[in-house]
Structure formats: structure tokens, C-alpha cells
Design a protein around this ligand. Structure first.
Ligand SMILES: Cc1ncc(COP(=O)(O)O)c(C=O)c1O
Length: 530
């Protein structure tokens, strides 16, 4: 690990966060924990009043076969957390369910610090790990650490809606950075920052970038490491803090191969030897932003939501000590530490699995989502005529109605319905609709509609819902530029997000068939075929 320390970035803190002082009650906890101290200070409920003795859980073994195609019984193991305190059991219900420091369980934090060092590999030595309630909570705390009302925040051109619903009511404004299938474009980021004084005279240049680097929600894009380096260097040059919200990091997949060229899924999970899996998983993952961060300007939001279940409401920051300390001050007076149940159970679970077992589990998730991603992409291939994208279309494939691909060889570009790329991570396929050849589009535009693309997108969305298929429309992810002001789309372009994380293969098939039927009817292809 690198020996250099984080630099002083305190000038990024907002007034609120600079002004926070330690909560006096939490301060007393440090004294309480001193050996030999008799405390009549804290108003702690006595643990005998907690009506819980032991929690016993049957959990999956790390190598349980969770592939959706598997018919094997899942192997399990038992874990338990008892109430009693004993020297060899730092994890116990008397402490977990008690008030305590807002940093949460020390032993869990130590496990995660070691994990972060081995897997995320921060490029500075004094990084810290601080528990939070999941990335929603993490992002809330980050915005309240840095942003003043009215600030501009750098965001992706299509962005996770809850992230902006947080800062929009504070009067903050999004500054969208253009994307392609590999995420935000470094030149576009540089351009925004370089031209800031001319494009936004008299305003403060944005100093916070919110980014979802892996299996981005909604576009599914994963930023390659070379691009991450360029983005990081630009952020150093313009003194921008990066918040990497990376819930899909462990759901990275091998490239998609269309079914006609594919042999088997075996290559995804070739071996069961844990030492090999550790290396194989780490090699397969694109390095994180923190691994490039020699200054401590990246705050990584890590969550157990996509790897152990969102209901745990547990995650952690990986960040520099100054930011971590200010985040603790904020937690003391807002959320306090994450729920004791979650901490105790996740800690016991991870200790039973050990580092190697957790890595093994994460490797299994990779296989699970690869199979699901392939199901959805295969179905799109089978229900549409899919061709490699001609030049000028920012995705790998274009999809035409079935039976039209061959007839339109001469000019498929003018007749495709949507373009898409098979994601290399996450849970989503993002389809970009080609409205320019939709029979209603010109009429809507001519009517003077302010957002004609979104109007037609909503109409098609309702057609899909009537056919009993629910997708999420692209408008949900449109950047908020200011009060009641959303970004305008490129002409003739609309989007839908399809999730492959949840439905069965059979339901996915029905869904994609419904989508094909609705699209063909909506674009008027059904009549053309007759
Ligand atoms: C980009 C992104 N950030 C955060 C979240 C929420 O994460 P958590 O459950 O950890 O709050 C999601 C969930 O869908 C997400 O896609």
C-alpha cells in the first residue's frame, strides 16, 4: 500500500459541516469505556431490559450455488450472536443493541478496513472506513458535508433520481456531463470546468462530482480504468471532490457474447479454489476511483444492499480522516450508528465466512448476474433483428422489428427502433429509442410541445403498461438544472431502462415479447409487415 497521506481538503467543507461540534453525550462515551471507570453519567438502558437472548441464523455457505439455473440445494451454515459479553466475543447483543459511539462496531469497521485495503486499494495510507446506513444515507451526508444552497453539482447526463431529489430542494443545480457507453466523457468534464467562468459568470465552479462508475444506474455503463484516470486527473486539476457511489461494483461481468457465438457459461466460474477465486475476482474488477486517489479527494460509498440485501441498511464510507471525522459529527446528531441488529448480524456473518468466503460469495453474485444479463440480451436478440450499430450510434447494437433486419440491410439506420449495449456490470440494460422514424414524433414537435421526446416516451410507456409491461422511462433520470428546469434531450431520442435483476427467465421472455409487440405497433411496423 502507498505510504503517502491524504492532503488537506478542508476548504471543501460547507459552513454547516465546519460548524459542527462533538455531541457532548458522545464525548462522554470515550471516558465510559476506560478500564476501571464507574459511570453514573450515561442514561443507558440496562441490557437486562433488552428482551433478546441469542439470535440464531442459518445462512448460506459462501460457495452455495446461487446461479439461477442451479437445481442444487444451497449449502448452509449456522451463526449466532449471544447477549453475553465475553472477552472473546466483541460482537454481542448487550453492546450491539446499546447506545454507543456513532462510528458503530469497532470490530466490524476493522474487518471492512482490511477488506477495503485489499479490494478497493486506496492510493494513500491514512484512509478510514466509517459505517453508514447504505449509500442513500451516505450521499445525504456527503451533500450536507460539502454543498451550500444554490451550489452546482457535477452529475452524469442520465443520473440516479434519488441522488438529485436530495439536493434539488436545497436549491442546488445539476451540471450534466455528457456520456457514452463507457460513462462520462473526460473531455466533456474538462470542457465544463474550463469554460465555467464564461458559461456561468459570477457563480462558484462546481467542486463535487457525483458518479456511479460501475453498471451505472440507469445506463448500465462501466467506466474503464484508463478513463477513470483521466477523470481523476481533471478533478485534481480543477480541485473537485469525487463521490463514487458504487453499489454495483461486485456485479461486474464478462463481455456479452451473442448466443450464436457462445459455448457455455462455465468460463464465468471455472474453479472453486478460494485462493484462485480471490485473484480471479480482483483481476476481473475494474479498479476503483479510490485506488487512483493519491490525495484523498474521493469519497467511496460502499453498501451491502446489492450483496447481502438492501434491508440490512448498512454500508460504509472509504475516505480521508478529516472527512470521516466531520461525517461522524453529522451522524452523532442525525442517524447515530447504523442499527445494532444489522451490524451484529453482518459482522458475525462476515467473520464466519472470513475474507476468502466473502470474496467467494461475491464471485458467485457475478455469475448470477451474468446469467441474468445474458437472458435479457438473448431475448432482445431473439425478439428483434439485432445488428451491429452503424457509425454514429453510441451503442453496440441496433434493434429492428423481427423480419425487417434483412430487408433493411441497405439502410438499417433509418429504420431501427432502438439501440443498446450489453452492460458489463450492474442490473440494467438501457435502450435508446429512435423517435425520428416514429409516425407521431413530427406531429408532437410541430405542436410546440416543450419536451416532445418525453411526451412521446410517456405515451409509449403507457402503451407498454396497458400491455402489462413496466419499464422505467428515461425522463426519470433527466438532470435537474434548477427549479422546475430539466435538461432537454437531443432531438428524436428517448430512453427506457430494463432491469434483469429480478424477474424469472419465463417472465422476462413474456416481457420482451410484449415490448416487441408494442414497439412494432407504435412505430407502425405491424402494418408494414402485412
Ligand atoms: C446508484 C445508486 N445509489 C444508491 C442506491 C441505494 O443504495 P442503498 O440501498 O445502499 O441506500 C441505489 C439503489 O438502487 C443506486 O442504484
Amino acid at each position: 500500500m502507498s505510504s503517502n497521506k491524504s492532503i488537506d481538503l478542508s476548504h471543501h467543507l460547507n459552513t454547516l459541516s465546519r460548524s459542527r461540534v462533538p455531541s457532548p453525550l458522545k464525548y462522554v462515551v470515550d471516558y465510559m469505556n476506560q478500564p476501571g471507570m464507574i459511570s453514573l453519567a450515561g442514561g443507558l438502558p440496562h441490557p437486562s431490559a433488552f428482551p433478546y437472548n441469542t439470535v440464531n441464523l442459518e445462512v448460506y455457505s459462501p460457495d452455495a450455488d446461487i446461479a439461477p439455473t442451479s437445481t442444487k440445494a444451497k449449502t448452509t451454515m449456522d451463526i449466532s450472536v449471544a447477549k453475553d459479553i465475553s472477552p472473546d466475543r466483541p460482537n454481542n447483543l448487550s453492546v450491539a443493541l446499546q447506545y454507543g459511539a456513532s462510528t458503530g462496531s469497532k470490530s466490524l469497521s476493522l474487518f471492512l478496513h482490511d477488506f477495503a485495503k485489499r479490494v478497493f486499494r486506496p492510493a494513500y495510507s491514512d484512509f478510514q472506513v466509517l459505517l453508514h446506513f447504505g449509500n442513500t444515507d451516505g450521499w445525504n451526508k456527503v451533500v450536507n458535508l460539502f454543498c451550500e444552497p444554490g451550489d452546482y453539482i457535477l452529475i452524469e447526463e442520465h443520473t440516479y433520481p434519488s441522488s438529485q431529489a436530495l439536493w434539488a430542494p436545497m436549491g442546488c443545480r445539476g451540471v450534466p456531463v455528457s456520456m457514452d457507453k463507457d460513462g462520462i466523457i473526460p473531455d466533456a468534464l474538462e470542457c465544463v470546468l474550463q469554460e465555467w467562468e464564461d458559461s456561468h459568470p459570477g457563480t462558484k465552479r462546481p467542486h463535487l462530482l457525483y458518479i456511479v462508475p460501475t453498471g451505472q444506474n440507469p445506463t448500465g455503463s462501466t467506466i474503464p480504468v484508463e478513463r477513470k484516470k483521466l477523470i481523476y486527473d481533471i478533478c485534481v486539476k480543477y480541485d473537485v471532490i469525487i463521490c463514487e457511489d458504487d453499489p454495483y461494483y461486485f456485479l461486474q461481468m464478462p463481455n456479452y457474447t451473442p448466443v450464436s457465438d457462445r459455448c457455455t457459461h462455465e468460463s464465468v466460474l471455472p474453479v472453486h479454489d478460494e485462493s484462485v477465486i480471490d485473484g480471479a475476482l480482483l483481476d476481473a474488477l475494474v479498479p476503483t476511483f479510490v485506488s487512483l486517489d493519491y490525495q484523498g479527494r474521493v469519497i467511496r460509498l460502499e453498501t451491502f444492499s446489492k450483496t447481502m440485501g438492501p434491508g440490512n441498511r448498512l454500508g460504509y464510507f472509504v475516505c480521508n480522516p478529516l472527512f470521516s471525522e466531520r461525517l461522524v459529527r453529522a451522524s452523532e446528531v442525525t442517524t447515530q450508528a447504523p442499527a445494532g441488529w444489522s451490524q451484529a448480524i453482518v459482522e458475525e456473518h462476515l467473520k464466519a465466512w472470513k475474507y476468502e468466503g466473502y470474496i467467494r460469495w461475491l464471485f458467485g453474485l457475478r455469475q448470477l448476474y451474468t446469467i441474468r444479463r445474458d437472458w435479457l440480451c438473448d431475448l432482445i436478440f431473439s425478439e428483434f433483428d439485432v445488428l451491429p450499430s452503424p457509425d454514429g450510434i453510441p451503442h453496440d447494437y441496433i434493434a429492428l422489428p423481427k423480419g425487417h433486419g434483412k430487408r433493411m440491410d441497405a439502410n438499417p439506420k433509418s429504420k431501427y427502433i432502438f439501440s443498446f449495449s450489453a452492460p458489463k456490470g450492474g442490473m440494467f440494460v438501457w435502450v435508446q429509442l429512435n423517435l425520428n422514424n416514429h409516425p407521431k414524433f413530427e406531429g408532437i414537435r410541430a405542436s410546440g410541445e416543450e419536451y416532445p421526446e418525453e411526451k412521446l416516451e410517456t405515451q409509449i410507456w403507457m402503451e407498454l403498461i396497458r400491455e402489462k409491461l413496466l419499464l422505467t422511462p428515461g425522463s426519470f433520470y433527466s438532470p435537474v438544472l434548477g427549479p422546475n428546469q430539466r435538461m432537454k434531450r437531443e432531438k428524436g431520442v428517448a430512453f427506457f431502462r430494463l432491469a434483469f435483476s429480478f424477474e424469472t427467465r419465463e417472465d422476462m421472455e413474456k416481457g420482451v415479447k410484449r415490448m416487441a409487440r408494442v414497439f412494432e405497433r407504435s412505430w407502425g411496423f405491424a402494418e408494414l409487415l402485412n
